[in-house]
Design a protein around this ligand. Structure first.
Ligand code: ATP
Ligand code: MG
Length: 422
């Protein structure tokens, strides 16, 4: 049996890295008063068509949509922001607080061609700062992405790219001129860009096709269409990033693949040139909440693709061998009282152990304890069990001693004090 194409099992040897990322995110975001939120994986399809936009890649061709037994049109969420905005409105989170800082981590689903760093079920860690239109909010979220990546020790070099895509009116004016310009070269554009001319014009700016890129060089520039407030918003962000020593480059061609963004758009990319080099994407979305039927409340946020991030830190998890501190070998399971008495004491002291369940002879069990690089092996042979005692073998040195079960607590306390068990 194989898993579905584009989906993957996350195995125990990888899960420690996932837990580490969760812990780091939780720690840093908690300092900045971000609260974790978990929303359902399925939502009404309409949520995504209304927010992400009908002509975007996601809605156009990537959604896992189906109708359920009650003939409702449902979709497995392709991203987090729309669901968070929906939850924000449904639960009227704006009533209690004027600023809501939220974060999430969970699976997302997109029907795409699977390749390295591109899956059909993948995971995003994301944050949303809802309630402020101040540029310092944009800087706060960008700084958090930067700080989290730094603490995760993403070794590969990555770069922050930012751009201002202005407000709706500015973009509309720009779009008219860009369409007019591109129409002159329609036959020279790649077919994907040609298809986007009328419906998804701005996305053409982020094409990977060389010829189209060349044509774009002389095209009108979005930044020349921005008015004072857009320009000031962007300039403030840049100034603050400089103050914080967060390196960035301005990429005039950076537009995001979703309709709801305005003003700030940013991505964090690794330097390698493969198509899956964006690990984080985000921006400001001041109208999304209102567009979904909520109040006019501005917001800014980002999402990091965890599988792409994990590829970059892969080397970390291959070497870490987990060691069991105490391995318990038993000759005869019939006399189980002493086994459970020992286990309860180990649990009381929160000592990690593994009970051998193989029922093989003791020599084989002790050999396994060695293979697993256990520090200590408890041996419960017939003789020990009959005497209510435990033979304790230190596997690194080979020394062995026998203690009474009634002394086990004292023995552990001594070991802990002398830091043998840390
Ligand atoms: P791309 O251009 O690579 O398709 P995108 O613009 O569609 O990315 P976003 O919607 O901005 O991606 O999602 C934010 C992040 O989520 C991406 O930067 C990436 O790290 C991750 N991501 C998106 N789609 C996938 C996928 N199919 N598999 C794995 N990670 C993904
Ligand atoms: Mg995509």
């Amino acid at each position: 049996m194989q898993p579905l194409r584009g989906t993957k099992d996350i195995l125990p040897k990888e899960i420690r890295e996932w837990q580490r990322i969760y812990k780091i995110a939780n720690k840093i975001l908690n300092i900045y008063n971000y609260k974790e939120i978990r929303t359902p994986i399925i939502e009404n399809t309409e949520l995504f068509t209304r927010s992400i936009g009908n002509f975007t890649d996601i809605v156009n061709k990537e959604m896992y949509s189906f109708s359920d037994q009650g003939k409702r049109n449902l979709t497995l969420r392709p991203e987090g922001t729309a669901s968070i905005a929906r939850a924000f409105i449904t639960n009227k989170l704006y009533i209690e607080k004027s600023i809501n800082r939220l974060w999430y981590l969970g699976p997302m689903f997109r029907y795409e061609r699977p390749q390295k760093g591109r899956q059909r079920q993948f995971h995003q860690l994301g944050i949303e700062c809802i309630g402020s239109k101040m540029p310092i909010a944009d800087v706060e979220v960008i700084k958090l992405a930067h700080d989290i990546l730094k603490e995760i020790e993403c070794k590969e070099k990555y770069l922050l790219e930012i751009n201002s895509i202005g407000n709706l009116e500015e973009r509309e004016m720009y779009k008219v001129d860009l369409v007019e310009y591109l129409k002159k070269y329609e036959n020279e554009l790649d077919s994907e860009s040609r298809n986007r001319i009328n419906n998804n014009t701005l996305r053409i700016l982020d094409t990977k096709h060389l010829k189209t890129k060349e044509i774009l060089q002389a095209a009108p520039k979005l930044k020349t269409y921005l008015n004072k407030s857009s320009i000031e918003h962007f300039a403030t962000i840049c100034e603050q990033l400089e103050y914080l020593n967060i390196k960035y480059t301005i990429n005039d061609y950076l537009v995001r693949g979703l309709d709801y963004y305005n003003y700030t758009a940013f991505e964090i990319k690794t330097k390698n040139s493969n198509q899956q080099n964006t690990i984080c994407g985000g921006g400001r979305y001041d109208n999304l909440i209102q567009q979904l039927g909520g109040p006019q409340i501005p917001a800014v946020g980002w999402a990091i693709g965890l599988e792409r991030l994990l590829i970059l830190i892969q080397e970390n998890f291959d070497h870490k061998v987990e060691t069991n501190k105490i391995y318990i070998t038993v000759q005869n399971f019939n006399k189980f009282n002493i086994i459970w008495d020992i286990i309860n004491i180990l649990q009381e002291y929160q000592l990690k152990f593994e009970l051998d369940l193989s029922h093989q002879n003791l020599t084989k069990q002790i050999k396994r304890a060695n293979q697993l690089k256990s520090k200590i092996c408890f041996i419960l042979g017939e003789h020990e069990i009959n005497n209510n005692s435990i033979a304790i073998k230190w596997l690194q040195t080979g020394t062995q001693q026998t203690i009474k079960l009634s002394c086990l607590r004292k023995y552990i306390q001594y070991l802990k004090k002398s830091s043998h068990l840390t």
